[in-house]
Design a protein around this ligand. Structure first.
Ligand SMILES: *Cc1c(COP(=O)(O)O)cnc(C)c1O
Length: 409
């Protein structure tokens, strides 16, 4: 979001104009900002990089098509995400499928579609080897025993986590490979989200280096994602520049010392789309109480759950009063339980009817929205080349009733 002459713009379009045209609450995305992230990532690496966009962060079909047009491939965690990616035009061989505890038939279905499947437990690896292993390769997700990332709910690489095949079980993997003549074509680690230290990715490189001799047919190393983006102005983010330099060097070392040709894969979600999205909402009421001043919005945790689910910090901007005097507000939603977007925030004076923008809403925003309190989910707008397109219509009451037959009891 850009501020020029006391006005806020997304992709060159005044936010006020977007609000007049599409109403609030509204998710707005800046397509160019996503492309800049893609380009920054590519530029940071000295080796060819396959960027698998984590569809779950923002699965809108137009966004998927846009990212594909700019060279992204896809990372899916459900068979439905695989199907969405196919509908968006991704070729099967551009899609990585890394489910966890999804039914086995989803793996089989994805493999039959020609999608790269990534298996994260021994029972499924064995079943896959038995049923498909002679003709179809797969990669394995390794649990690296690393505790990294932000909130506990998004730290998924530690030894108590349900994700990945623990290092101690790689002997069993080798037995399955030998018994069924299975081809393991890739090694994968994803340790969680909001990782700010390049060191964590170096540890993954160490693990790949130490196990790769056992997997002669591996042709790619997938470092997952979790690239931390800044949520506050002074936030420490992962240095993509350093990450690129480090992983490029490590890949070259592994390739040279092991005499292997290896591709480098990553699976960013948040990094590509978080900062490119805003949730716009209207202030419904300014409520003074003896303890604080609340700014109430016409949206809530049903539309953006990250603050209440992860204690996530999202910047908030009053785009209707860019240079007004600053006051302290607790910004809250309209859901009937504690529903706080930001506590004690210094904002330009908020008046009833003002438009507030909640930042970093591109990733895990609309994707995690629900109909709680029987509220329809908001529309989504994508701005590209100074043109705003409605890429998802807001829901209505009819949508909420859709699929609920009127039953005579
Ligand atoms: C969620 C997820 C990602 C993306 O994580 P971000 O933190 O959004 O970049 C990548 N790979 C897998 C397997 C995931 O589950």
């Amino acid at each position: 979001m850009e501020i020029k002459n006391q006005q806020a713009y997304v992709g060159g379009i005044p936010v006020q104009e977007l609000v007049q045209r599409f109403g609030t609450p509204l998710y707005v995305y800046d397509g160019q900002a996503m492309v800049q992230q893609l380009e920054q990532l590519r530029a940071a690496f000295a080796v060819p990089l396959r960027i698998k966009y984590a569809v779950k962060a923002l699965p809108n079909i137009t966004v998927l098509k846009w990212l594909r047009r700019h060279g992204a491939e896809a990372d899916a965690v459900s068979i439905q995400e695989v199907q969405l990616a196919l509908r968006a035009g991704f070729r099967p061989d551009e899609i990585m499928f890394s489910p966890n505890c999804a039914p086995f038939y989803e793996l089989a279905e994805a493999a039959q579609l020609g999608v790269q499947v990534n298996i994260d437990n021994l029972p499924f690896l064995e079943r896959f080897a038995e049923q498909l292993g002679r003709s179809v390769p797969c990669s394995i997700r390794i649990n690296p025993h690393i505790r990294a990332g932000g909130h506990e709910k998004i730290s998924v690489g530690h030894s108590d986590s349900k994700f990945g095949i623990p290092l101690q079980q790689l002997e069993d993997v080798k037995k399955i490979v030998g018994r069924f003549n299975l081809t393991i074509n890739g090694l994968h680690i994803h340790t969680g989200s909001d990782i700010a230290e390049v060191r964590v990715y170096e540890q993954m490189a160490d693990i790949f280096f130490s196990v790769i001799d056992d997997f002669k047919q591996v042709r790619f190393l997938d470092f997952g994602s979790g690239f931390k983006v800044p949520y506050r102005k002074d936030d420490k983010a992962l240095s993509i520049h350093k990450l690129g330099a480090t992983l490029s060097r490590r890949l070259a070392e592994i390739s040279l010392q092991k005499n292997r040709r290896l591709e480098l894969w990553v699976e960013p979600g948040k990094f590509l789309v978080s900062g490119a999205g805003w949730l716009l909402a209207t202030c419904t009421v300014v409520k003074e109480t003896p303890s604080r001043t609340f700014a109430g919005l016409n949206t809530g945790l049903n539309h953006l759950i990250r603050p209440m689910m992860y204690g996530a910090y999202h910047d908030i901007v009053n785009v209707s009063n860019i240079s007004g005097p600053q006051r302290t507000y607790t910004v809250v939603g309209y859901i009937c339980e504690t529903d706080t977007f930001g506590e004690d925030r210094l904002l330009n004076e908020v008046r009833e009817g003002d438009i507030l923008a909640i930042c970093n809403a591109g990733a895990y925003g609309h994707a995690m929205a629900s109909n709680y309190n029987s509220r329809p989910r908001p529309a989504e707008v994508l701005v590209v080349n100074q043109k705003a397109s409605l890429v998802r219509v807001a829901e209505s009451l009819d949508d909420l009733l859709d699929g609920q037959p009127e039953v005579d009891l």
